[in-house]
Design a protein around this ligand. Structure first.
Ligand code: 13P
Ligand code: SF4
Length: 398
């Protein structure tokens, strides 16, 4: 599908490696100033309860479905990234929004909340490896190269929520929209209409969600997709490939979902009688193609909840959620699709000690780890987020 040309760019790494001093700003969450309680402290649950009670209505705690049980217990609302973005925007009275999720989600919450509200991420090292695979200078450079190739004026960017605020702002400035795994089909349909006949979509940063939405959900040809490698001149593509493509997929992926394999689906079908396979659309196209159901975390939960008792499921998404589903729905037979896949390590950075530290600090009148997006960036990012929220029939369809 994609031929890459040119010399790889070795001056940039796709991931910022913690602890190696390459980008000190990326390590700012590793050190936790103040009194981080010990994980073994038997009083942590009580301390979290007391701090929440002391803050009362001033506080609103959001928890993504991939968070640990010990953290989810203190969430006022749980959800996928789309639902949490909407919930954050719908709580203008909460002075503090504590986001138990990852950095890009907290940034989106900051953009969608009022200036008088403060969003807190209990551990600043809770990033996202996929979001780190697209840096703003790489994306700007890509756009310049699309201009050079004469295709930028017919290209509409669609950016997955899992991206930095700077890239969301880029999307807003260039007439594009944000999407999440629960509305990618609607967002992509809108963008293709905006691009018009012969137009293109630049889909950032998850190639799998982009490809799955285009080829599986919209039923369009895989051959229309090319992959833009930010480490190669001109994305590693020829001018002809760029001209012929409809979907320019950024070469990014989720380090958790990218590991679910075709072999695991085949093994589940062999080993579990009448199993249904359900996976997140960040999984590779071959895996999604073999699944019975595909959807956002919210859809996975809803589908399993609605299934008749005794249904067997092999679930391809983050392990914290799969384990919780197995505990919540004992009448179903729920298995984790791939034994070799681990928790999302960055989601797991938020643990009870960090949550207690963040909440007790607020009780003491100190805001730790506030997430504040630069106002200029926030303005343009909000344009792209608002376009998503205004999409036709926009609901968390999945
Ligand atoms: P959802 O939008 O389904 O919550 O997914 C977010 C995410 O990070 C998946 O890896
Ligand atoms: Fe990012 Fe993947 Fe973790 Fe989601 S599961 S936060 S996409 S690394």
């Amino acid at each position: 599908m994609t031929t890459t040309t040119g010399t790889p760019r070795t001056d940039r790494l796709p991931l910022l490696v913690l602890g190696q001093g390459r980008d000190l700003a990326s390590e700012r969450g590793v050190e936790c100033p103040g009194d981080l309680p010990a994980p073994s402290d038997p009083g942590l649950v009580e301390r979290a309860r007391a701090a929440k009670a002391a803050l009362g209505d001033r506080l609103f705690v959001l928890g993504h479905h991939y968070q640990r049980d010990e953290v989810i217990e203190f969430a006022d609302v749980t959800g996928d990234s789309f639902k949490l973005a909407k919930e954050a925007a719908a709580r203008p009275d909460a002075e503090f929004v504590v986001f138990c999720g990852v950095h890009f989600m907290a940034e989106s919450a900051d953009i969608l909340t009022a200036d008088t509200q403060t969003v807190v991420l209990p551990d600043l090292a809770a990033g996202c490896s996929m979001a780190d695979m697209a840096a703003i200078d790489q994306v700007e450079e890509c756009w310049d190269e699309l201009v050079e190739a004469g295709v930028a004026d017919v290209t509409v960017p669609v950016t997955y929520m899992n991206s930095s605020a700077a890239i969301k702002a880029f999307t807003g400035r260039h007439g594009g929209t944000i999407c999440t795994s629960s509305n990618a089909e609607t967002a992509l349909t809108w963008a293709l209409e905006q691009a018009g006949d012969g137009g293109k979509v630049l889909f950032l940063p998850d190639q799998h969600l982009g490809r799955n939405t285009y080829a599986r959900d919209l039923g369009r040809p895989l051959e229309d997709c090319v992959v833009w490698d930010p480490h190669r001149p001109m994305g590693g593509l020829t001018p002809e490939q760029l001209r012929d493509a409809t979907m320019i997929l950024w070469r990014g992926h989720c380090s958790v979902h990218g590991r679910f394999s075709v072999e695991a689906v085949e093994a589940a079908r062999r080993e579990i009688p009448d199993v249904k396979v359900i996976v997140h659309p960040e999984c590779r196209h071959e895996v999604v193609g073999l699944a019975d159901e595909v959807g956002s975390t919210e859809k996975i939960i809803r589908t399993i909840a609605a299934a008749p008792a005794g249904t067997a499921w092999a679930v391809g998404t983050e392990l914290n959620l799969v384990r919780r589903l197995a505990a919540q729905f004992p009448e179903q037979r729920i298995a984790f699709l791939e034994k070799n896949v681990c928790y999302c390590s960055t989601m797991n950075r938020i643990d009870l000690p960090h949550l207690v530290w963040a909440l007790e600090s607020l009780v003491d009148g100190r805001v730790v780890n506030p997430i504040r997006v630069d106002p200029e960036v926030a303005h343009h990012a909000r344009v792209a987020l608002d376009r998503m929220l205004a999409l036709p029939g926009e609901t968390s369809k999945d």
